[in-house]
Ligand binder design. Structure first.
Ligand code: AVJ
Length: 316
C-alpha cells in the first residue's frame, strides 16, 4: 500500500500511543513488537508464515499433528484449553480436535481479531463452549466462571515467548501459572538456536514480506497517531545477536530525519535505528530451564528431525 493512500481513520489505543511516544524518546529507540498486529500487520504475518524461508509455522504445525495423540494421553479429557494471544491460528483446531476439551478460552488484547477467530472456531466445533476473553495476558487474568473447577491446558504456540526478554518471559510463565491454577498444564512452542544462515533469511526474506511487516509499524503510527514518519526513508534490518541468542529486527533511518507523532517532534540520524522486535532462540536445555524458572516442569517434548523447533508439554 502506498503511504499516500487514504487510510480509514482508526481509533488510537492509548497504550499504543504511550508505547510509541516513550519508545521514540528512549535510547536506543524501541517499540514493543506486540504493536505489529493491526489488520494489515496480521495479514502480513499470515503471509510470512507461508514464506519458504520462514520455517517456524510449518515446522510447529507438523510437530503438533505428530504430538497431539500423546498430548491427549498425557493431559486426559475434560480440560479447558486456554490459548494466549490467539490471533488466528491454524494450529488451534489441530489441538482441539485431538484432545476432547471441555471448553476453549482464547485470550487476546485485540477484541476484533478475537471475536472473528472465536466465531470461526465455534463453527468448526459447534458443541464446544468457546469463551473469548479480551485481556492483556502479560498480567494474571481471571478466567470466565464457566471453566471454574475444570483443569486447564494453556496453549502458547508460535514461539511468541521468544518475543520477550528472558526476565519478562519468566514473569509471563509465572503469570500463566497463576491464571491457570492448580493442576494446570501448558503446551508451548519454542524456537531453537540454529545456524545464522537459516535464521537471518527467515527474518529477511527475498520477497520483502518481513520488510513490509516491519515497515507497517511506521505506517500504523502514521495512520493511528497522526504521524508524519517518512516510511520510505527507513530500511528493514534483521540481525542475529549471538550474545543475547536472538534475532533482532530494526528499522534503520537512511538519512537524518525529523517527523512528528501525536503532535510531538522527533529526530533520528542516518544509520540510527528503531528496535522493533526480539525473537529469542533457545537451546534444548535452555528451553527446559526457562520453563522451570517460570514454575513449569516439562513432561513431554517433541522436535523435528533437524531440531529446529520444539513443542513442550509442562505441568505446574
Ligand atoms: C509471532 C513472534 C513468533 O518472532 O518469529 C515473524 C514474529 N517477526 N517474522 C517470530 C515474526 C518477523 C514471530 N512470532
Amino acid at each position: 500500500m502506498s503511504e499516500h493512500q487514504a487510510a480509514a481513520p482508526a481509533a488510537a489505543d492509548p497504550r499504543f500511543r504511550a508505547d510509541v511516544l516513550a519508545g521514540l524518546a528512549m535510547r536506543p529507540r524501541a517499540i514493543p513488537a506486540r504493536w505489529f498486529y493491526d489488520r494489515r500487520g496480521s495479514e502480513l504475518f499470515e503471509e510470512i508464515t507461508r514464506l519458504p524461508e520462514y520455517y517456524p509455522t510449518r515446522t510447529e504445525t507438523a510437530l503438533l499433528h505428530r504430538a497431539v495423540p500423546e498430548v491427549a494421553r498425557l493431559c486426559g479429557p475434560g480440560r479447558a484449553v486456554v490459548e494466549f494471544g490467539s490471533g488466528s491460528s491454524a494450529k488451534t483446531p489441530i489441538l482441539l480436535g485431538g484432545i476432547a476439551p471441555a471448553a476453549y478460552v482464547p485470550i487476546d488484547i485485540s477484541g476484533d481479531f478475537l471475536r472473528d477467530s472465536a466465531a470461526e472456531l465455534q463453527q468448526a466445533f459447534p458443541t464446544l463452549p468457546v469463551l473469548p476473553l479480551e485481556a492483556d495476558f502479560l498480567r494474571p487474568v481471571t478466567l470466565p466462571g464457566a471453566v471454574d473447577g475444570q483443569p486447564k491446558l494453556g496453549f502458547f504456540p508460535g514461539s511468541t515467548i521468544g518475543n520477550m526478554e528472558p526476565l519478562a518471559a519468566v514473569d509471563l510463565l509465572r503469570a500463566m501459572r497463576g491464571s491457570l491454577g492448580e493442576g494446570a498444564q501448558l503446551l508451548i512452542g519454542i524456537d531453537r538456536v540454529k545456524p545464522e544462515t537459516v535464521l537471518v533469511p527467515a527474518y529477511d526474506d527475498a520477497q520483502g514480506v518481513t520488510a513490509a511487516f516491519n515497515c507497517n509499524l511506521l505506517e500504523r503510527i502514521n495512520r493511528e497517531l497522526e504521524g508524519t514518519i517518512p516510511v520510505a526513508h527507513f530500511v528493514h534490518r534483521a540481525v542475529w545477536n549471538d550474545a543475547a541468542s536472538r534475532i533482532e529486527m530494526h528499522l534503520e533511518a537512511r538519512r537524518d530525519l525529523r517527523f512528528t507523532v501525536a503532535g510531538q517532534s522527533f529526530e533520528i540520524g542516518a544509520g540510527e535505528t528503531i528496535h522493533t522486535e526480539n525473537s529469542h532462540k533457545y537451546g534444548e536445555r535452555g528451553a527446559r530451564v526457562l520453563l522451570r524458572a517460570g514454575g513449569w516442569t516439562p513432561i513431554g517434548e517433541w522436535s523435528d528431525d533437524q531440531g529446529w523447533f520444539a513443542l513442550i508439554l509442562a505441568e505446574a
